[in-house]
Design a protein around this ligand. Structure first.
Ligand code: NAP
Length: 323
């Protein structure tokens, strides 16, 4: 499996994406410290050295501090900018003292949130701007006009969405002349609804899948790159088991250890290789702040799971065989 990504509009983007949600010193109202900038610098340098050149942010991550520490690193080392593909998201309103958490894809909010992100990141342009979540109150024509203006002004290169299904993407696309290039959504062995929906047609279980039917196929047909958040299942199978683990979780953890030996790899890499074997070509967004774990993840490119092992992992995590 190649190190190079599958993203049609961004062929230079690495298949693994580094998720910066853990940077900036935590979800608290305190400012970031020098050690938080140092951590971001070490992680960015490790990622680049190991072939990860795409970095995922959002205006809300650690209340803006994740973007700020990445911005500080770029200020100290401006030459890093052209080695990094920087994506960030707008559309969620969240402050340390928020009364109501809400979504906002109105033109006024998109403009002010994007400009604030650029300022924190100390860059002129985002490589990819994501609309973080659908906003039920969005007026499409107004939002599309603002996105078009901001793109013309060079504030972002490409547009993408997150947590959206096929019909929502098609609807937004209908009002915008440039392509929506990616959809970021939760996908992992622990959150495998994207597989579940495809194998449970005409079954009651399928109706409960949180992944709307046709989204995968739509993204494939329209060249919308899928990115998987939560791809390590927050470590659930690789050292961070929940307090009262289920039989399926225990069995999956054990199986990942066995496969790690068999493939001369490690549980995190096997977990990611399970996602990466899907022929649609998924970019996993890894959220670990632990350098050793990040390096373990980069071994995923070297694992080519057999078809049998892919199904075995799926069935073990599912807790029952496929229908
Ligand atoms: N679009 C969206 O709505 C959305 C939502 C959530 C996240 N995201 C993006 O996706 C990225 C990843 O998401 P995520 O952080 O939820 O998922 P993740 O990559 O599955 O999990 C990362 C978290 O799990 C912990 N972890 C992983 N393996 C572990 C292990 N073996 N032992 C102990 N802890 C372990 C990490 O801790 P350590 O730091 O200690 O390794 C970290 O807190 C984020 O950074 C963000 O960029 C997007």
């Amino acid at each position: 499996m190649s190190d190079l990504a599958i993203n049609e509009y961004f062929p230079e983007s690495s298949q693994l994406v580094y998720g910066c949600m853990g940077l900036g010193g935590g979800w608290n109202p305190n400012g970031y410290e020098a050690k938080d900038v140092k951590q971001a610098q070490e992680i960015i340098e490790t990622c680049l050295a190991k072939g990860i050149n795409t970095f995922d942010l959002a205006d809300i991550y650690t209340f803006g501090k994740a973007e700020s520490v990445v911005g500080e690193v770029l200020k100290q080392q401006p030459s890093l900018r052209n080695k990094m593909i920087i994506q960030s998201k707008v559309g969620i309103k969240l402050t340390p003292t928020h009364d109501v958490k809400s979504y906002d894809l109105s033109p006024v909010w998109i403009k002010s949130a994007l400009e604030a992100s650029l300022k924190r990141l100390q860059v002129e342009q985002l490589d990819v701007l994501f609309l973080h979540r659908p906003d039920p109150l969005m007026d499409l024509d107004d939002t599309a006009e603002m996105l078009t203006n901001l793109q013309k002004q060079g504030k972002f290169k490409h547009l993408a969405v997150s947590n959206m299904h096929a019909a929502q993407i098609a609807w937004i696309q209908s009002a915008i002349d440039f392509p929506i290039i990616a959809n970021q959504i939760e996908m992992s062995l622990a959150h495998a609804d994207f597989v579940e929906e495809s194998i449970t047609t005409n079954m009651k279980e399928g109706c409960n899948s949180g992944f709307p039917r046709g989204t995968l196929e739509f993204c494939e047909q329209q060249s919308v790159q899928l990115q998987a958040w939560g791809c390590l299942a927050q470590g659930m199978y690789s050292g961070n088991l929940p307090d009262n683990p289920s039989q399926a979780q225990l069995a999956t953890e054990k199986l990942l250890k066995q496969m790690s030996n068999r493939y001369s790899s490690n549980p995190n890499a096997i977990l990611l290789s399970w996602l990466m074997k899907h022929p649609i070509g998924i970019q996993p967004v890894i959220g670990s702040t632990n350098i050793d774990r990040i390096i373990q993840c980069t071994h995923a490119n070297k694992v080519e799971l057999s078809r049998e092992d892919w199904y075995l992992l799926f069935e073990t995590a599912r807790g029952q065989e496929v229908p």
